[in-house]
Design a protein around this ligand. Structure first.
Ligand code: FES
Length: 78
């Protein structure tokens, strides 16, 4: 499988989803508040909760939908 330019550079990508989680594409290592580590290989993704309603924090469990979470910030908006 061909690697994207982002993967070639080893960059982590974080996408802000309107009204939803942060989609984080690896390679990345996430360490939670207990010190548990989650390794995300290059090209794989996780969704991190930003609404505060997930029962599976720090991961999104789609509770934002039922909660009506509404956010659409743009980088650079002051
Ligand atoms: S962003 Fe999906 S549950 Fe919080």
């Amino acid at each position: 499988m061909e690697r994207s330019p982002r993967e070639e550079l080893g960059l982590v990508e974080i996408k802000v989803r309107d009204g939803g989680p942060y989609k984080v594409t690896g390679p990345v290592r996430l360490v939670d508040a207990r010190g548990d580590e989650f390794t995300v290989p290059a090209g794989d993704s996780i969704a991190l909760c930003r609404c505060g309603r997930s029962a599976a924090k720090p991961f999104c469990d789609a509770s934002h939908r039922a909660a009506g979470f509404d956010a659409c910030e743009r980088a650079g908006d002051g």
